[in-house]
Design a protein around this ligand. Structure first.
Ligand SMILES: Cc1ncc(COP(=O)(O)OP(=O)(O)O)c(N)n1
Ligand SMILES: Cc1nc(C(=O)O)sc1CCOP(=O)(O)O
Ligand SMILES: [Mg+2]
Length: 207
């Protein structure tokens, strides 16, 4: 189980329509055909869709993930997990507790964000399938992101948890992705590096 999760975390694309200048369906299709290993539907923030429009976009993105046999993870919106038959969900420290979510979704992938040692110490890490650790570098994509943790924190998290599936997030680009993997992350997650790329296939290949 853990090995499969770690492989899925290797190139983990996160996106919602608010992150895209073009059609999100086309963007995910290009990214999936280029080899992303997981996708998170994060329809959230200024300009994002709600209600039926969000659901309809989610269905189209879900179908692409099914076609390419990559996990489809829903961010925050627990009601969409069943509605879209998602493979899992990702929540942060301020979202619903992972103990409750594990009871609701015993067989789904559950990811939890961690941004500092206090959060790690106070999180039920054993209930989750992976952690999203960051922001590793500065990001403009998430307005309420926490303090930058740097590569050093990824190294120390890996030392503390040798087997925990870890995906790094925040400011990850084709130029710095290798350094993040060398620090001990199992994979990189990214929004703008692919959603805003001029050449999506090249960006995915280089990540
Ligand atoms: C893989 C991954 N890691 C971290 C996050 C951030 O989640 P959260 O802290 O809940 O913030 P929002 O994404 O909900 O704004 C993530 N989404 N994915
Ligand atoms: C969604 C998200 N979560 C973060 C965290 O640190 O938990 S940083 C972030 C935004 C990542 O976008 P980009 O790849 O464009 O920097
Ligand atoms: Mg959240």
């Amino acid at each position: 189980m853990s090995l499969a999760i770690k492989q899925s975390l290797r190139k983990y694309f996160i996106m919602g329509s608010q992150n895209c200048d073009g059609d999100p369906v086309q963007i995910l299709e290009s990214a999936a055909s280029a080899g992303i290993t997981a996708f998170q539907f994060r329809e959230k923030g200024v300009g994002s869709l709600t209600g039926d429009e969000k659901l309809e976009l989610g269905k189209q993105l879900r179908s692409i993930c099914r076609h390419y046999k990559i996990p489809f993870i829903v961010n925050d919106d627990i009601e969409l997990v069943d509605a879209l038959d998602a493979d899992g969900l990702h929540v942060g420290q301020e979202d619903q507790s992972v103990e409750e979510l594990r009871k609701l979704f015993p067989n789904k992938i559950i990811g939890l964000s961690v941004s500092n040692n206090f959060e790690v110490t106070n999180s039920p890490i054993s209930w989750v399938d992976y952690v999203g650790a960051g922001p590793v570098f500065a990001t403009k994509t998430k307005e309420d992101s926490k303090a930058v943790v740097g590569l050093e924190w990824i190294i120390s998290l890996r030392e503390q948890f040798p087997n925990l599936p870890i995906v790094a997030i925040g400011g990850i680009s084709t130029k710095n992705a290798a350094s993040v993997l060398n620090a001990g992350a199992d994979g990189v997650s990214f929004i703008s590096a692919v959603a805003k790329a001029n050449d999506i296939k090249k960006a995915v290949n280089n990540l």
